[in-house]
Design a protein around this ligand. Structure first.
Ligand code: PHE
Ligand code: ZN
Length: 889
């Protein structure tokens, strides 16, 4: 473990490596207690730089020997590096032998034990925990890997590339030798040694080549791999069709790992996955789980080009591969969803994640640009900003150059940089060069400020209608908030997609002053300055502007629209995203008003009627209705106000839900009756939309019934819980009971546990469901504390820790933020406890108090005290220390 204060690594200090590693020949004598790693590297001096010592990264290694060209050589350890004075030759062979202990590796970085198998995780800096190396992404080598081990414990031996040899050895061991022809950085290296079985499928790609696809899991899980395999095949087909990017490997493997810090990892040809993103059957996985698998399988597969074939020069460029690959997986999921409304539903989901995770990050102590300038622990920068905001930056480019222009930009990017380690600038340049007439090319420097400036821009829009001239002038302006270490920012390029509606809801043709003819009813304005005016002609009556359609830029919009305007958009906007947004804003206005007055909410008839007619609207997508009838989350609302009182916010929102449940009871009954799925389970957009709306209706009906003491709907929910043939409906019914604190919730939870106690992923849901239940008199918090002592709770298993603890602190504000500070005490204890086991996990968990400064008293002071208590610990990892120190700055 790295301890103490680690110095900052700065982007501006980048230097090319002094040496290249051309080939790496690795042999592993595998054993959980002690694995011997023998490495033989062909090294060349970088002749562009002055001669200097060879400095190799290494962490938690036990070094046995070092040879240069077969001769022993003197070396020393300096600042955690292994230093060898410059060998005389410009090219030489370095041989190193060391041991490591996978079973002691609780950080899950490097080679570690999970279940009865051994697995690696090398991104970002895990390879140095396997052997000494130039562990940086711009050093790319061709790997040959020999794995030796006990065939009973480790019948399956995998590494990147192609299997070139296998057989038995003296002493009862067996071996496998793998060769990966593609030079790759060490972070893409992987090894698996475990008792696994695989679902296999041969596919033929457009070139006519045959490829073997494999999904490896433990024995009992083979029947849960069909969806992952189908998702992989769909991803291969999609990348060839949309971007002409073919599968370049003879063999592509996915392996499910029960203990995994993240979602999955794109190692070349050997993707390692959190079991959560592989295993699914209708009985054990929800629609959301099926969607998650589809998008993560796609994400990792797409990395094969955007990440592996073209990689990052240094870790500051992380968004080069992550932002782009998230954009690609979002587009894939939208294309898979099919209909325009299903696409909009996906878009709304993506924007919700952005606003609930990235916007708070951008407003808090960890705010950093999409391309960060400095870090202590790179693991702390696998963030919503690098991933989700990075994807929005790519999406804006797509908006500016169009679908074909974007494909041309991608083609040029690969033409220029295939096989290289490059920067975010290289990507933006290729996009601009392929589209010389675009606004992107015309304002590239302004656009690239998205990579350099942190913080969420505020976009203000005010329109005035001039009756005499029949014009409508829209004034757009932007403000860029200061963020830690950054102030006095420059304007960014903001694409504003818009339409103008009459008050009756009709879309108007859009003609800007100086143009000969209208250009449709929707267009994109490009704001590049602090303030700009745009005048539309031929506007005969006052209008309602529909701005930032489909969320065309990751900004906070202030358009000054009244409730009356929002009701027009909610009823008529052709842009589904903005329809949804109008409903959310109407709800938000009511929540804010109640918070401001300190009074109980009394929902007004126009709002309730608008919700009712949306719910009843014929032909409208049920999945969309479900989203539109969901109130903004407490996390989202908390970001819209200052001095948040999480308890008061929870009370207000729950009261609103009670009223929506009661006022629309007949409509919820109708919704439940009309949205039952007929036929066998399919996890597609259509069926999952029906289930989502029916489950929402059920939750509202159980809520209303619990308020009035009426037993029928809770009884129905319990029945549905027992009889459901798929996990979405079973969990939906259970959640309806738990969410209403109905007395049937407890027996249902017990039954659920008895049914699924042997399935770890389903057990995670059981923990999660209890941790995210709406708080009532401290019961939820008390239950979480009790569950921490449950025999099935394991802090060292990231999925389990996330299910219980992260859900409490990051997703259940009212259970976590207590006036007695017990939530913060628990948080501090667990940060410290987790940090000793797994610093990456602990530092993520620590971030749930990032926004403490936005809390009202007494929460704010109590949170600060808890953070200070963690900061006072001398033996904190550098990962956690960085988060804690930033929080206090
Ligand atoms: N590169 C992985 C992905 O997004 C994420 C990851 C990062 C996994 C670090 C493990 C460790 O696809
Ligand atoms: Zn990724």
């Amino acid at each position: 473990m790295r301890e103490g204060t680690t110095p900052l690594v700065r982007r501006e200090d980048y230097l090319a490596p002094a040496y290249w590693i051309r080939t790496a020949d690795l042999t592993f004598d595998l054993d959980a207690a002690k694995t011997i790693v023998s490495s033989k590297l062909a090294i060349e001096r970088n002749s562009a730089l002055p001669v200097q010592p060879l400095r190799l990264h290494g962490e938690d290694l036990n070094l046995l020997r070092v040879l240069v060209d077969g001769q022993s050589v003197s070396f020393r350890h300096e600042d955690g590096l292994l230093v060898i004075d410059a060998p005389a030759a410009d090219a030489f062979t370095l041989e190193i032998r060391n041991t490591i202990s996978p079973e002691k590796n609780t950080q899950l970085s490097g080679l570690y034990a999970s279940g009865s198998g051994l697995f690696t995780q090398c991104e970002a800096e895990g390879f140095r925990r396997i052997t000494y190396f130039l562990d940086r992404p711009d050093v790319m080598a061709v790997y040959t890997v020999t794995l030796r081990g006990d065939p009973k414990k480790y019948p399956v031996l995998l590494s990147n590339g192609n299997l070139v040899e296998q057989g038995t050895l003296d002493g009862g061991k067996h071996f496998a030798k793998w060769h990966d022809p593609f030079p790759k950085p060490s972070y893409l290296f992987a090894v698996v040694a475990a008792d696994l079985v695989a679902r296999e499928q041969w596919v033929r790609t457009r070139s006519g080549k045959e490829h073997l696809l494999q999904v490896y899991v433990t024995r009992g899980d083979l029947d849960k791999t069909e969806h992952a395999m189908n998702s992989l095949i769909a991803s291969i087909v999609w990348d060839e069709a949309r971007f002409k990017l073919p599968l370049d490997l003879e063999r592509f493997m996915i392996v499910a790992v029960p203990d995994f810090n993240m979602g999955a990892m794109e190692n070349k040809g050997l993707n390692l996955f959190n079991t959560k993103y592989v295993l699914a059957s209708p009985a054990t996985a929800t629609d959301t789980d099926f969607d998650g698998i589809e998008s993560v399988v796609a994400h990792e597969y797409f990395h094969n080009w955007t990440g592996d074939r073209v990689t990052c020069r240094d870790w500051f460029q992380l968004s080069l591969k992550e932002g782009l690959t998230v954009f690609r997986d979002q587009e894939f999921s939208m294309d898979m969803a099919g209909s325009p409304s299903a696409r909009a539903v996906r878009r709304i989901g993506d924007v919700r994640v952005l606003r609930e995770r990235q916007f708070p990050e951008d407003a808090g102590p960890m705010a950093h640009p999409v391309r960060p300038d400095a870090y202590q622990a790179i693991d702390n920068f696998y963030t919503a900003t690098v991933y989700e905001k990075g994807a929005e930056v790519v999406r804006m480019m797509h908006t500016l150059v169009g679908r074909d222009g974007f494909a041309a930009g991608m083609a040029l990017y690969f033409e220029r940089h295939d096989g290289q380690a490059v920067t975010c600038d290289d990507f933006a340049q290729a996009m601009a060069d392929a589209n010389p007439a675009s606004a992107l090319a015309g304002h590239l420097d302004i656009f690239k400020r998205w990579y350099a400036q942190a913080g969420t821009p505020r976009l203000s829009a005010r329109g005035t209608w001039n009756a005499e001239a029949a014009t409508y002038t829209l004034t757009l302006s932007q403000q860029l908030p200061d963020t830690p270490g950054q102030s006095g920012k420059q304007p960014q390029l903001i694409p504003v997609a818009l339409g103008l509606l009459t008050r009756e809801g009709q879309a108007l043709p859009l003609q800007l002053q100086g143009e000969d003819a209208p250009q449709g009813t929707e267009r994109v304005l490009v704001l590049t300055e602090g303030e700009q005016c745009f005048t539309f002609t031929g506007i005969q009556a006052d209008v309602v502007p529909s701005l930032l359609r489909n969320f065309s830029a990751p900004v906070v919009l202030d358009d000054g629209l009244t409730d009356a305007d929002l009701l027009v958009l909610l009823a008529h906007d052709s842009d589904a995203f903005n329809r949804w947004e109008a409903g959310q804003r109407l709800a938000l206005n009511r929540i804010k008003a109640a918070l401001g007055h300190g009074e109980a909410v009394q929902l007004d008839a126009p709002f309730i009627e608008a919700m009712r007619s949306l719910l009843r609207e014929p032909g409208l997508d049920p999945a969309f209705k479900e989203l539109a009838l969901t109130l903004p989350s407490e996390i989202y609302v908390a970001e819209q106000v200052s001095d948040v009182d999480p308890q008061r916010l929870h009370t207000v929102r729950e009261a609103m839900l009670d009223q929506l449940a009661t006022a629309l009871q007949a409509d919820w009954t109708w919704a439940w009756d009309e949205h039952q799925v007929a036929g066998g389970y399919r996890p597609d957009a259509e069926q999952s939309g029906l289930r989502a709306l029916a489950n929402r209706a059920l939750a509202m009906l159980v809520r209303a019934a619990t308020l009035s003491g009426e037993p029928v709907w809770p009884g129905k929910a319990y029945q549905r819980f027992k009889d459901a043939t798929n996990m979405t409906d079973r969990l939906g019914a259970l959640e309806a009971l738990v969410g209403a604190h109905h007395e049937l919730a407890q027996p249902a939870l017990e039954r659920f546990y008895a049914l699924f106690r042997h399935d770890p992923l389903v057990l995670d849901k059981w923990f999660m469901l209890q941790a995210r239940a709406p708080e009532k008199n401290g019961q939820v918090f008390a239950q979480v504390k009790a569950l921490l002592k449950h025999p099935d709770f394991k802090l060292g298993n990231p999925n389990r820790a996330r299910a219980l603890l992260f859900v409490l602190t990051a997703s259940n504000p009212a259970a976590f933020h207590r006036t007695d500070a017990a939530g913060y005490v628990l948080w501090a204890d667990k940060v410290i406890e987790m940090d000793a086991i797994n610093p990456q996990l602990a530092s993520r968990f620590a971030r749930s108090l990032d926004r403490w400064r936005n809390l009202a008293e007494p929460y704010r002071s109590a949170a600060r005290e808890a953070i200070a208590r963690v900061a006072a610990k001398a033996e904190l990892s550098s990962d956690t220390r960085e988060i804690i120190e930033r929080a206090l700055q």
